[in-house]
Write a new protein. Structure first.
Ligand code: FEO
Length: 399
């Protein structure tokens, strides 16, 4: 437990040994599950809870922060279980506790706590809650990063509780940004967290930031990582989120061609298709990217930032080889819908690879162009001309 002010306490649980969060994120710097207590003159509120794995430790931290008071309210900014996992035990400990949240979160909570009689107080965008000499204001911030997310603000202390926003998987005992011992690691973590959690929702990040514009903020208390303070890292975090979520001005279309090739045949097709694309878009950024040589994360980023893309695959043992699937495992399924895409490849025997990849693109709801362009073994001059035409037709279709 850490006292942030006379009335605000952090009850963050440190988990320095965590190395994978929610299956998909590397957490080389561990994480913390932050929860906060605000003690008003008339009532005390707890803001978010903790991961259920740490329920016993969280209970100790919380009791210490409460100083013998029974909380009147639990504010649920977001229902992902790393912040809602201890609600059931809190309701057992304090049966009079009222859960304050929005209607979207309430639906989830009923399925997390599995009680039909949850003591809920549903708030709308712009609502407030008095704790006596302290007030909590609420603004909905959907898709940051779940549909249920909301911001809580304590105006008397100009303190924002933004849930996961401005957080990161980084663990140090100091709690405050002024105590960060490894700033480069913290900054790496902040960016990686943004990319993984908020990268798919840049428009919602912009909307969320706009909702903060008229709040003076001296302190940001996120759900993971250090508390940010004005004059230290708070301003930089706000600016970084604004910059990372801003639409990027683009001069040329980005049309990467990702491929794998065992004997160079699929590469030859890729080169011919690229020539066709350049015949329509001479300035296109259309790199040929051999997935066997490239960094998988960088390729995933190129895929997700493309205007359109092509995937070239051989067929090995009746399927596309792992580098293609590794790339598609990094696909941003939220934003790739309707993205123009095409598939091609050389094959030797049965040639299932391109068809399998096309099925995955269908599942991602990409705008698939034509049937996969397939050639048996070594492309002839006529095959290469046809591949060039395929590329030109694909480019013309997205013009
Ligand atoms: Fe940290 Fe989205 O939960």
């Amino acid at each position: 437990m850490k006292r942030l002010s006379e009335r605000v306490f952090s009850t963050g649980i440190l988990n320095p040994n965590l190395r994978v969060f929610d299956v998909i994120m590397r957490t080389e710097f561990g994480t913390s599950y932050n929860s906060y207590v605000v003690r008003g003159s008339e009532a005390t509120a707890v803001i978010d809870s903790a991961h259920p794995r740490f329920a016993a430790l969280y209970a100790e931290e919380l009791e210490a922060a409460l100083g013998g008071a029974a909380p009147a309210y639990l504010i649920v900014n977001h229902t992902e279980p790393d912040h809602s996992g201890c609600i059931a035990q809190m309701l057992e400990r304090w049966p009079a506790l009222t859960i304050v949240t929005n209607s979207v979160a309430a639906k989830n909570l009923r399925n997390i706590v599995n009680r039909d009689d949850l003591p809920l107080h549903i708030v709308q965008d712009g609502a407030s809650l008095s704790l006596g000499d302290r007030t909590l204001l609420f603004r909905l911030a959907p898709f940051l990063h779940w549909p249920d997310t909301m911001f809580t603000y304590l105006p008397e202390e100009q303190t924002l509780f933004p849930c996961d926003v401005f957080g990161c998987h980084y663990c140090e005992p100091g709690v405050l940004d002024t105590h960060i011992a490894y700033p480069a690691d913290y900054e790496t973590s902040l960016r990686y967290y943004y990319d993984c959690i908020f990268g798919p929702f840049p428009g919602f990040v912009q909307k969320g930031l706009a909702k903060l514009a008229d709040w003076e903020i001296q302190r940001i208390c996120p759900s993971h990582g250090p508390v940010l303070t004005k004059g230290c890292r708070l301003e930089a975090a706000l600016s970084a989120y604004a910059a990372w979520s801003a639409p990027e001005p683009r001069n040329a279309k980005r049309i990467p061609l990702f491929y794998c090739t065992a004997y160079g045949n699929t590469r030859r097709l890729a080169q011919a298709i690229r020539n066709g694309i350049l015949s329509i878009f001479p300035d296109a950024d259309a790199p040929l990217l051999d997935l066997s040589d490239e960094d998988p994360d960088a390729m995933g980023q190129r895929l997700n930032e493309s205007d359109a893309f092509l995937l070239g695959t051989p067929t090995i043992n009746r399927d596309a080889p792992p580098p293609l699937w590794n790339l598609l495992a990094r696909a941003d399924a939220v934003n790739l819908a309707k993205r123009p895409a095409a598939v091609f490849g050389s094959f030797g025997w049965s040639g299932e690879g391109p068809g399998h990849i096309a099925l995955r693109l269908q599942m991602l709801k990409c705008a698939a162009f034509a049937e996969p362009h397939r050639v048996c073994l070594v492309p002839s001059a006529a095959d290469l001309e046809a591949a060039r035409d395929f590329g030109a037709a694909f480019a013309a279709a997205i013009k």
